[in-house]
Design a protein around this ligand. Structure first.
Ligand code: ATP
Ligand code: MG
Length: 180
């Protein structure tokens, strides 16, 4: 599985619809300070279900919606779509391509779509659990996170390794079964 494409409209500094294609190998995003590089990674974490406005460097969720500029009016919604190549069927559904969309309106309404079908956030988190993809997954390491991992308590650090090893899913299922 690999990240194939990211489409963003109305999210933070991206007023126009933009698409970024990722090809196998290294993709680097470069640009001057304040040009929106970190907003790209924020978009990836947001579409995967990030609920904390603070960790997206805002104070409320509405802050992810394009707030306007000198030459443009603010927009009423933000939308991000992540497209994954799943030809190896690493994620356990029989689709060679998986798309995940999240949309939020200023009114507070929001929705998630999996391959263009409305779904719950839980469907998305369950699908990607242990795949290395997720808002907190090991595949995204933000600034300051390395220090945090090194300084974290052994139990917390263990959770990170367990997810990377793909066993967190089974531990959570076992815990649930024991509660019944
Ligand atoms: P650096 O090199 O300093 O890390 P960067 O390329 O990572 O910079 P970002 O932090 O991604 O830059 O982008 C910051 C820009 O995004 C700022 O100009 C800010 O005004 C703009 N921005 C953030 N949220 C919004 C929003 N809701 N509407 C419009 N613009 C926004
Ligand atoms: Mg940055």
């Amino acid at each position: 599985m690999f990240l194939k494409r990211l489409e963003v409209v109305g999210f933070k500094s991206f007023a126009d619809r933009i698409g970024i294609d990722f090809v196998p190998g290294v993709t680097a995003v470069v640009g001057p300070n304040g040009s929106g590089k970190s907003n790209v990674t924020d978009a990836i974490r947001w579409v995967l279900g990030e609920q904390s406005a603070k960790s997206l460097r805002g104070s409320k969720m509405e802050d992810v919606i394009f707030a306007g500029s000198a030459s443009r009016k603010p927009l009423n919604f933000a939308e991000v779509t992540l497209i994954l190549n799943n030809e190896d069927e690493e994620v356990g559904i029989p689709y060679s391509e998986i798309s995940v969309t999240r949309r939020v309106y200023r009114s507070g309404e929001s929705e998630y779509l999996l391959n263009n079908q409305q779904c719950r956030l839980k469907d998305i988190t369950d699908l990607f659990m242990d795949s290395g993809l997720g808002k907190e997954a090991f595949s995204i390491i933000s600034q300051g996170r390395v220090d945090e991992i090194l300084n974290s308590k052994p139990d917390d650090r263990r959770t990170i390794f367990e997810e990377a090893a793909g066993i967190l899913k089974y531990k959570l299922r076992k815990k649930k079964a024991e509660q019944k």
